[in-house]
Design a protein around this ligand. Sequence first.
Ligand SMILES: *Cc1c(COP(=O)(O)O)cnc(C)c1O
Length: 390
Amino acid sequence: MTTAAEPTVVPPVPMLDINRQNGPLLAEMERAIAEIGRTGAFLHGPASKAFEEALAKYSHVEHAIGCASGSDALLLSLMALDIGAGDEVIVPSFTFFATASAVWRLGAKPVFADLIPETFNIDPADVARKVTKRTKAIIPVHLFGQCADMDGLRAAAPDVPIIEDAAQAIGAEYRGQKAGSMGLLGCLSFYPTKNLGGWGDGGLITTNDATLAAKLRVLRDHGQNPRYHHSLVGVCSRLDSIQAAVLHVKLAHLDDWAAGREQNARRYAAQFARLGIDRQLGLPEVAEGCATVWNQFTIRVPGGRRDALQHYLSERKIGSAIYYPIPLHLQKCFEALGCQRGSLPESERAAEEVLSLPIFPEMTREEQDRVIGALAEFCGVAGGSAKRAA
Ligand SMILES: *Cc1c(COP(=O)(O)O)cnc(C)c1O
């Protein structure tokens, strides 16, 4: 193979390198963690409270309730709305598993809606078709960092509460409003690969509803209030102080990192256009009124060539990822719902075409040039923007 014979050793271009982000902040985060060790306030301590307050301010909401993960944020949100057996919740099919599994775990029925091809986000027109008397909530996902069509969803189902799955979209805006501040409830994840990533698992729920906020604080703590008095059957789901302290340090840099992602996205778009391969690659579109935070930069490779492109990149040690290879309505565990192949054509097509490219803010220009150059070569354009090896 020609690649193996190349004389120069090229370092890999990672899909994401979280160490580059954590590195410069290590000393500050270690100090914050040591303080928690000294005080012993590991759970429900001042660090968690301080982070919740900072996050509420950042996301322009009244209340922020930390919990153990983004998946738990979704589960707790549905529990707070008393959703269970006999209820339906409309969710996108083209999303991470947790969006639908939270519904399923409570005995309610996830009803899958198709997506808008330009944004990959849930299609309000399909939501309107799927609303029934049993619909108790809609969970739009702000996929890849871009907000779903919130106005369209409100118009499609004016009386149905919206739980935003903002796990990929902290800081994103829709008509000037922050992700997580528009629905009745918003769910965030601090999984290490998210735009605000912790040193382990973490999640949080945002809301402007004081009653729901109080209920969520009880639900995340076994449903007890006061201690050993259980008014509800809650769960054990806390954002521990160490995660909160790490996240609080990182929150101060979140907007700068988003700006770095934006710059990388603009550069991809400009270079692909210059090389004339922007149409071949199906570049991501930013909808009117949206400010995306680019959790992913996801292109479309039609004509069954997506897997070949990913292989081509990996041969050149360039990272990429497929989010998501199987839409949820076709997952084995949801077989009992009886969804057929062909029922959500845009979700199924997206699963075959998408490929996410490295976009993390710390990636270097040289690394991005390697990605651009490899894509140009794959598309048959000689002399891509990257300097060729020889
Ligand atoms: C990551 C993610 C979640 C789950 O978050 P965890 O913290 O990993 O539990 C939920 N929904 C979406 C869309 C996600 O990307």
